[in-house]
Design a protein around this ligand. Structure first.
Ligand SMILES: [Zn+2]
Length: 430
């Protein structure tokens, strides 16, 4: 397929260039000023349109898709640990195989509509652990989005479930070692629900697979406080002790990491994922994202995988925090997600150059002011909207056209999702 006449963007450092793109199989194979169509080649006229590399949501929980609008618990949570215990840990316990499948479908549909082509998911379903990552993989595969999946190992359900979680990660990592569309990480909930032997088991598994850990780190203040109280050291010490602090690790939130710990994380090359909306909604505090460095990305932590929406929240929250004295390039976090995906899949994402994954978004954005490489971040924050996306491609295949996910019957999926959500909410109350 040939995409002709579009303006190709790179998000950070921002660049703009008019060029044609040739896609063959799942990759971009050529980029040039005027590529000649080959006989029989499909041509997409992209004149007047922007072509963006597909967005990456670097931390989320797609099972949250069925939680939208659910009734609040009888005793409203007054702290983050109470929020986990009364809302999210009741939700994940109420999931069965079908609820996992449909929540992943809904999450994937919302992702592709928003131009998100890779989802880094952190899954938990304590009453349906074995095979749960395959269920998510199947749902994402049907919609056509890429997934980097893991099962969250935790002690909160006892040793049998902890071991089942480890086994699910192990199985999935083995099954997807060379998969072009899906990869695994070793999922772990958070330091405060993992005893030493569990953290050691996570470390062993990550070493065995040469895979990164995907874990919540210092999301709320209690995580670090508990590590110090129970283990006599901080979260980052614990990760380091178990060989988990390395350049494959994905640490979500980092709200309460000290400047010293952030420096250790960045010097180890671990990824830090900022989740602006979630942090604000859970009132866990302000993440010092201005110190996260180059290996930082953006996640939605259960909110729909609309990365432009997340970008706006990240920008405005940081602007409010820093004031006008220090600029914060929030759009760099979007490019960070693409760099993370590049490392996980071993293929470039984010540059729209030959050899890159053919994951891209065609956008019918008519700028009302001059659009340049320098001011591109402002057009992303203030102008570009998913409703302008005329085509979203993953691995060389259109997955969404003009807001419609093309590989599934969305109305039927949503109708079943509504039924299943009501049943999940009933089980949560029971
Ligand atoms: Zn999370």
């Amino acid at each position: 397929m040939l995409l002709t006449g579009g303006t190709l963007l790179r998000l950070h450092p921002p660049t703009l260039a008019r060029a044609d793109l040739r896609v063959e199989g799942d990759a971009i194979v050529a980029r040039g000023a005027r590529l000649t169509p080959k006989p029989g080649e499909a041509v997409e006229d992209c004149r007047g349109r922007l072509i963006l590399p597909g967005f990456v949501c670097a931390h989320t929980h797609m099972y949250s898709a069925l939680s939208r609008g659910m009734p609040a618990p009888a005793a409203p949570p007054k702290s983050f640990p109470e929020m986990l215990a009364r809302v999210w840990w009741r939700l994940d316990q109420a999931l069965n195989d079908e609820a996992i499948y449909y929540s992943a479908m809904v999450g994937a549909v919302e992702a592709v509509r928003a131009g998100t082509t890779t989802i880094v998911d952190h899954h938990a379903s304590p009453n349906a652990i074995p095979g749960s990552l395959d269920i998510i993989r199947e749902a994402l595969g049907v919609v056509g989005v890429r997934g980097v999946l893991c099962y969250e190992v935790t002690d909160r359900g006892g040793l049998r479930r902890r071991d089942a979680g480890l086994a699910e990660n192990d199985r999935f990592l083995t099954a997807t070692r060379t998969d072009p569309q899906f990869r695994g990480l070793v999922g772990a909930h958070a330091s405060f629900t993992l005893r030493e032997s569990s953290m050691a088991a996570v470390g062993d598994l990550a070493r065995y697979h040469r895979a990164g850990v995907h874990i919540h780190a210092a999301e709320a203040l209690d995580d670090e406080q508990r590590a110090k109280r129970v283990h006599g050291c901080g979260i980052i010490d614990r990760l380091e002790r178990h060989g988990l602090l390395n350049d494959r690790a994905v640490l979500a939130h980092g709200v309460h990491l000290s400047a010293r710990d952030i420096a250790r994380v960045t010097s180890a090359g671990a990824w830090l994922v900022h989740n602006a909306r979630s942090n604000m909604n859970n009132a866990v505090g302000h993440a010092p994202v201005e110190r996260f460095g180059e290996r930082a990305a953006l996640g939605t932590d259960g909110w729909p995988a609309d990365m432009l929406a997340e970008l706006r929240f990240a920008h405005f929250r940081e602007r409010e925090h820093l004031g006008l004295r220090q600029a914060f390039p929030a759009a760099a976090l979007l490019e960070g997600g693409q760099a993370l995906a590049s490392e996980v899949f071993g293929v470039p994402f984010g540059s729209l150059s030959p050899g890159s994954a053919a994951d891209l978004v065609v956008c019918d954005y008519v700028p009302p002011t001059p659009l340049t490489a320098v001011n591109l971040p402002w057009h992303l924050i203030a102008g570009v909207q998913p409703t302008m996306f005329t085509g979203v491609m993953v691995a060389g295949r259109w997955v969404c056209r003009n807001g419609v996910a093309v590989n599934i019957d969305v109305d039927a999926v949503y109708a079943r999702a509504r039924q299943l959500a009501a049943a999940v909410w009933r089980r949560m109350r029971g």
